[in-house]
Write a protein that binds this ligand. Sequence first.
Ligand code: ADP
Ligand code: MG
Length: 238
Amino acid sequence: MGSIRLENVSKSFGEATVIPSLDLDIEDGEFVVFVGPSGCGKSTLLRLIAGLEDVSGGRILIDGNEVTDTPPAKRRLAMVFQSYALYPHMSVRGNIAFPLKMAGEDKAVIDKKVGDAARVLNLTDYLDRKPRQLSGGQRQRVAIGRAIVREPTAFLFDEPLSNLDAALRVNMRLEISELHQQLATTMIYVTHDQVEAMTMADKIVVLNAGRIEQVGSPLELYRNPKNLFVAGFIGSPK
Ligand code: ADP
Ligand code: MG
């Protein structure tokens, strides 16, 4: 489970229309990358799907059920941000366990889920450390761990690697791709980085000023860009 459908979705902030009208189908288990220049509406679109912003018009469906007015906590989507948003005073264990504690889960269940997530993310040896004692990549893994334990129907990543240096970014890309293979959960990944889009996506959504320019596999977009914008963005690295 994890299909997401946007029908005629629009978003304005006051007078400013950021997303005029957008239709999109994401299939269960797909790794979808939203790519486009800064300010084109990628984060806004992700926040609309997560329910962190209300749509101005249109409908959002998850697994065929309308969630347009459903609060974020009930959408079963997990958002991972670039800033990690870890609690500095809590251990890695405490950070990963936090959403489960909030949900009132039993200690035994929490220990099992945190242990499983730590294994998947190679954090088993770091569970008692504080975030400041971790590398940037490890902190990002903790943030992902905190998402995993909630067993979301989809993961939403907003430029999760943009704070990391180039070498680490390549590693983390591979780790997130591997995680996608292991979990087989829908992932939506926002980036302005063409290389990330081309190497990670099953499906790329190219956005420009709140509109979809083209949707397709990396190969389709590379071979048959629909217009100069897509060609410029995907075809030739800047
Ligand atoms: P991206 O993530 O692609 O860089 P954003 O979705 O953050 O773009 O922003 C798209 C546009 O919407 C920008 O022009 C931005 O200034 C505007 N915007 C985003 N959030 C708000 C907000 N809360 N209030 C007003 N304008 C906003
Ligand atoms: Mg953004």
